[in-house]
Design a protein around this ligand. Structure first.
Ligand SMILES: [Zn+2]
Length: 341
């Protein structure tokens, strides 16, 4: 498989085969002592009494990472899907504490945790447990089985547990990628979301954009999030036609885009500046109030990629962004979409 290609998460989420889900490289360990200076140099507003982001309270860390995964070695308590064992976890452990050890030095105090279907399929319990332990720090984008009639009921029941969005994708189970939005359960979910405000978070390719566009048109009040630029650039090419299709979604007022997963797009290595023109086009279409930065850890922190290079692109890398633009991209949009409850 594509073990040496830095596109593990989104490609591997297209299959449940555990052998295909492993990733070659270990997570790089962060440099705690050096890292704190980055956020400060970037003008992050920290309380001077707790100026070290490694020790600051969550509330003093300004930024939200709108997309990361976590998993635990405690597979007795949080069983793995199928016949997988601990040996299939790669990296072997990436708990919420390990995630925050990477995120906090960069000024990130809150994270939206995304269900990782390879390891846990539709069992959201580890992510829900993280919210229970840290109710202000985390929200969850879960997964429910839209092939079941009770999908929308399950959605509603998960809302009080901090699940404010659901990952939907043609990459799991669908034999025909043209029908993944057509199941009764899927349609019920989009309707329930009008009332619950839980976002339909689409892990898709650019080729899926027209179908999502039609679904947004049919459900104009449903909150929708497009993950990882609809993976435009995953083959190294940022095609104008694809970017235009993504930008067309801006006419649906409740649709937002995650500008994320830089390790998987364009040149797939820092400084990721080749993504600027695409980000600029999306800023023109959606405005900063409907775009949100996310790292997609632990995949962003493997090999030559790292967490700092991801946040740096938005926090420090685009000179034309205003302070207000950055606040939307790095906090306010994700806060509105996911931390509303
Ligand atoms: Zn992801």
């Amino acid at each position: 498989m594509r073990r040496n290609e830095p596109t593990p998460e989104c490609l591997s989420e297209s299959r449940i085969d555990p052998a295909a889900s492993a990733h070659e490289q270990p997570v790089g360990r962060r440099r705690f002592l050096a890292a704190g200076a980055g956020a400060l140099a970037a003008g992050v507003a920290l309380n001077p009494l707790t100026a070290n982001p490694c020790t600051a309270a969550d509330s003093e860390l300004p930024w939200i990472d709108a997309h990361s995964h976590i998993w635990s070695q405690d597979t007795d308590r949080f069983p793995l899907a199928g016949a997988q064992t601990k040996k299939d976890l790669d990296p072997p452990s990436f708990t919420d504490d390990e995630l925050m050890a990477v995120a906090r030095p960069e000024g990130v105090g809150r994270v939206v945790l995304i269900q990782h279907s390879i390891y846990h399929l539709f069992d959201n319990s580890y992510l829900v447990d993280a919210v229970r332990r840290h109710p202000n720090r985390f929200r969850v984008v879960g997964m429910v089985d839209d092939h079941r009639d009770d999908a929308a009921d399950k959605m509603r029941k998960l809302l009080p547990q901090g699940v404010t969005g659901f990952r939907i994708t043609p990459f799991i189970r669908e034999k025909d990628p043209g029908t993944w939005l057509d199941t009764p359960g899927m349609k019920a979910m989009w309707k329930a979301a009008v009332e619950t405000r839980q976002a339909m978070c689409c892990l898709i390719n650019a080729s899926d954009l027209p179908r999502v566009d039609a679904m947004c048109a049919a459900n104009p009040e449903t909150p929708v999030v497009i993950d990882h630029f609809a993976r435009i650039g995953v083959d190294g090419q940022m095609r104008d036609a694809d970017i235009k299709n993504l930008a067309r979604l801006a006419r649906h007022k409740h649709t937002t885009v995650k500008i994320s997963a830089y390790y998987a797009l364009g040149q797939k290595k820092p400084p990721h500046t080749e993504l600027f023109p695409m980000i600029r086009q999306l800023l023109d279409a959606f405005g900063p109030q409907r775009l949100m930065w996310a790292s997609d850890s632990p995949y962003q922190i493997q090999g030559e990629n790292n967490y700092r290079a991801s946040i740096n692109l938005i926090r420090d890398g685009i000179p034309s962004l205003s302070t207000s633009d950055r606040e939307w991209l790095l906090r306010k949009t994700a806060e509105r979409v996911f931390f509303y409850k």
